[in-house]
Ligand binder design. Structure first.
Ligand code: SUG
Length: 471
């Protein structure tokens, strides 16, 4: 087991797009991990009920600078491993338009201080950096799976949580700015944001395939049926509704014979599995999951296996039962919120938060997974503590987008990762981010200026003109 950020496997100076489609790689499509760049107002507000880490850390001091640097460190390490890596920038914060729609008026600073006075949580909502968890930004289907041969994105309405429900209009704008070429990309609007249509994006969606460039099987996991009021009184509410998952599959024009829907178990949701990616992750033909993840595990795995078989490949389930790692430990260590990735030598890597190695059962489990002859070649662990304290592990911080060379070439923004983009962003973070932020600091007028200055600079770095212009 390696706990390292090995340097230097990627030729210096090369960005992830050039490396992905370099000589010898042919026209094969590659999976890019777009990681969310943590914004300068990252703080712990305790806004996400059902997310036990967020609930536990609400009101404690955050370190936005460290949060952003921790995320960038993970991106650099994976880029150096030859994993195609890109970034998604934070959304504009504070969201003054949201506060103005709630009737707060006057100058920007007057709006912020009136909101703080009314309820501190409104200010936290407007300043939330929650867009960093880009696994919730959208659901993405590669061109090979959609009838029109285009990459489809549906921004998630995130209607279950107020602070997240205000993300999707700007997420759509961001995705349209990056994936702007209509010959290759379709960015839908979020589906209507009613609670019974709650959609949390890629966090409840996994694509399985023999290789990223071949047509795959898409697995949508929801927490609750839309029309049957069949959720017995649960401790925590489900965030993803069945009709939302079905709507996304329709919008993306997927072949119904290659789509599987499954339901989370109520026990998992009540244990703090607010998104399915807290308890399961797929990659290529592999589904790594906990036995307590699904309501009807046997039927779901059987259906999925048959669907994969009909699509020309064999599903490889890696099932972890409660005797190996308990549900509570899976939630506290985020073992399943890992990234399963294949490096250029086709070795499988698992990227886990450092909490997994500090905890004996999950460390032992990872040792067995990566033992010689095991399904994983290497375990990479990262210190993502700042994000983890809000319930966001390695998989929450990334959105997977399969692109072929033509699609990647159609992207003009400077979002493909490289050593030099990393260095520029580290410098930008160090100059612009605070190293301590409490929710009550958000009322500080100087923070507004600092955040604005930082975002305007970022717009230039990433070649996204006008993205942070006042709206
Ligand atoms: O929606 N936390 C996020 C964490 C999202 C994790 N994403 C995935 N599992 N894919 C959420 O619960 C906490 C914000 C706060 O409390 O300040 C928060 O929004």
């Amino acid at each position: 087991m390696a706990d390292l950020h090995d340097a230097g496997r990627q030729p210096a100076g090369q960005d992830s797009r050039t490396a992905a489609f370099g000589p010898g790689r042919g026209g094969e499509a590659r999976e890019f991990n777009f990681d969310g760049l943590v914004g300068p107002s990252h703080h712990h507000a305790g806004l996400a009920s059902g997310n036990v880490a967020s609930m536990r850390h609400g009101g404690t001091a955050s370190n936005p600078r460290l949060a952003a640097l921790q995320g960038l460190e993970k991106m650099l390490a994976l880029h150096r491993r030859g994993i195609p890596q890109a970034i998604l920038p934070p959304l504009v914060r504070p969201n003054l338009g949201f506060l103005r729609r709630l009737g707060f008026t006057g100058s920007d600073t007057a709006v912020l201080s009136a909101a703080a006075h009314a309820d501190q949580r409104l200010l936290s909502t407007a300043y939330s950096a929650s867009s960093m968890w880009v696994a919730n930004a959208a659901t993405v289907s590669p061109a090979t799976d959609s009838a029109d041969g285009k990459v489809h994105f549906t921004p998630a309405n995130l209607s279950a949580k107020l602070h997240r429900s205000i993300e999707h209009p700007d997420t759509a704008r961001l995705l349209r700015a990056i994936f702007s070429d209509p010959r290759h990309f379709v960015v839908h609007d979020a589906i209507p944001g009613a609670p019974a249509l709650g959609d949390e994006g890629a966090a409840n969606h996994t694509r399985l395939a023999a290789s990223h460039g071949l047509a795959g099987v898409q697995l949508f996991i929801y927490g609750r049926e839309t029309f049957d009021d069949d959720a017995a009184q649960q401790r925590f509410e489900a965030r993803q509704y069945a009709e939302a998952s079905r709507a996304v599959a329709r919008l993306h024009d997927l072949d119904p014979a290659r789509v599987v829907f499954g339901r989370q178990s109520a026990a998992a949701i009540d244990a703090g599995v607010f998104h399915n990616d807290v308890i399961a992750v797929g990659n290529l033909d592999t589904l790594f999951y906990h036995s307590a993840a699904f309501q009807d595990e046997a039927t779901l795995i059987d259906t999925l296996a048959r669907t994969c078989e009909a699509s020309g490949f064999r599903l490889r389930p890696i099932r972890v039962d409660a005797g190996q790692v308990s549900l509570a430990d899976a939630v506290s260590t985020y073992l399943f919120n890992s990234q399963l990735l294949q490096d250029p030598a086709r070795r499988t890597l698992i990227v886990v938060p450092q909490e997994c190695l500090a905890h004996a059962p999950s460390r032992r489990y990872l040792e067995s997974l990566s033992a010689p002859g095991g399904p994983v070649a290497e375990v990479l662990s990262f210190d993502l503590r700042e994000s983890m304290r809000n319930g966001g592990g390695p998989a929450c911080l990334r959105l997977r987008v399969v692109l072929d060379a033509g699609q990647a070439a159609a992207i003009g923004a400077n979002i493909f990762f490289s050593e030099s983009l990393h260095a520029t962003l580290v410098d930008w973070v160090k100059r612009n981010y605070r190293d301590r932020l409490l929710p009550q600091d958000l009322a500080d007028a100087s923070l507004l200026e600092e955040v604005r200055r930082a975002l305007v600079e970022l717009e230039d770095i990433l070649a996204l003109p006008g993205f942070y212009a006042e709206r």
